[in-house]
Design a protein around this ligand. Structure first.
Ligand code: BV8
Ligand code: ZN
Length: 241
């Protein structure tokens, strides 16, 4: 568990930071009961990401992929933001220059009230038409196994960035901008495995930002982290305000 001096040091840096960027991963939603990907209870235990979260998997077996997303939608529909999500909403209020980059598709940051937010891997509550490209919010749980577009009757897919798919241009630009402008990057609950998000700490380091990490474990690039706070996000993040 992070020591009191580490927390005090992190709080001091955060209070004096002019421009704060935050990067979150599945670990921040673990305390809301949403399973992470690679942890012991991880989603990938029962399913293999490579087999499901790819355009090839969807082309080969859209029913199987929709079964997986329906199962996750049903699970996430019963979850709510935790004190870590709420603390980041408060931090956004306090800082004139603040941006939150999340890899999570569970929508819990938006539900907590975060607005200066990029959901770089998409959002599980949005669907996109494979025909006309229309993107819509859909909270039906469960969705009919092969959901069709109301407009053009083509198959709908989750509006989520799968492996091998590029992130959206506007997200890539925004992330580059807020990482280059920040003087403090807070990295919360991510295993640092998936790119391009896994490279964001080094972008911030290049411009001399301070990098503070909150995680249960140490992650692949401790050399990029100035201050590593070990602990659960719901316990540690609120202490930084
Ligand atoms: C792209 C959607 C290029 C599915 C996801 C280099 C550059 C670019 C790409 C690559 C590259 N090298 C490799 C690639 C390919 C690939 C990649 O990174 N592969 C990895 C596996 C090596 N990247 C891509 O394909 C990306 N696309 O850049 O393509 C391109 C360019 C042009 C044209 C075409 C292509 C797309 C990546 C997005 C993939 N989609 N999700 C879905 O979610 O349904 S990724 C998936 O992993 C999730 O979205 C998740 O957000 C993400 C990362 O996982 P984490 O959030 O870190 O979660 P994890 O379980 O791993 O870790 C949890 C952490 O929390 C742990 O550290 C744990 O200790 C901690 N924790 C647990 N509990 C707590 C806690 N911490 C605090 N408190 C707690 N209570
Ligand atoms: Zn359509």
């Amino acid at each position: 568990m992070a020591t009191d001096d580490q927390i005090l040091l992190a709080r001091t840096h955060l209070a004096s930071a002019r421009n704060v960027t935050v990067l979150t991963g599945a670990g921040i939603s673990a305390d809301s009961g949403v399973p992470t990907f690679r942890g012991a209870d991880g989603l990938w235990r029962t399913y293999r990401a490579e087999d499901l979260a790819t355009p090839e998997a969807f082309a080969r077996d859209p029913r199987l992929v929709w079964e997986w997303y329906n199962w996750r939608r049903e699970l996430i529909a019963t979850k709510s933001p935790n004190p870590a999500h709420e603390a980041l909403v408060e931090l956004e209020r306090r800082k004139k220059q603040f941006w939150l980059i999340t890899q999570n598709v569970d929508g819990l940051h938006r539900a907590a009230g975060s607005r200066q937010l990029s959901e770089i891997h998409g959002n599980i509550w949005r669907v996109r038409c494979t025909g006309c490209g229309e993107i819509s919010e859909n909270r039906e749980v469960p969705l009919p196994l092969l959901p069709m577009c109301g407009r053009c009757h083509a198959l709908l897919r989750p509006h989520i960035v799968w492996f091998g798919e590029s992130l959206r241009e506007e997200d890539l630009h925004r992330c580059d901008e807020v990482l280059r402008d920040c003087d403090l990057l807070l990295v919360i609950g991510t295993s640092g495995v998936v790119y391009p998000a896994a490279g964001y700490a080094s972008v911030a380091k290049e411009v001399g930002a301070l990098v503070i990490e909150i995680n249960l474990e140490t992650t692949p690039r401790p050399d990029l982290v100035d201050l590593s706070l070990q602990g659960r996000a719901k316990d540690v993040v609120p202490l930084l305000l």
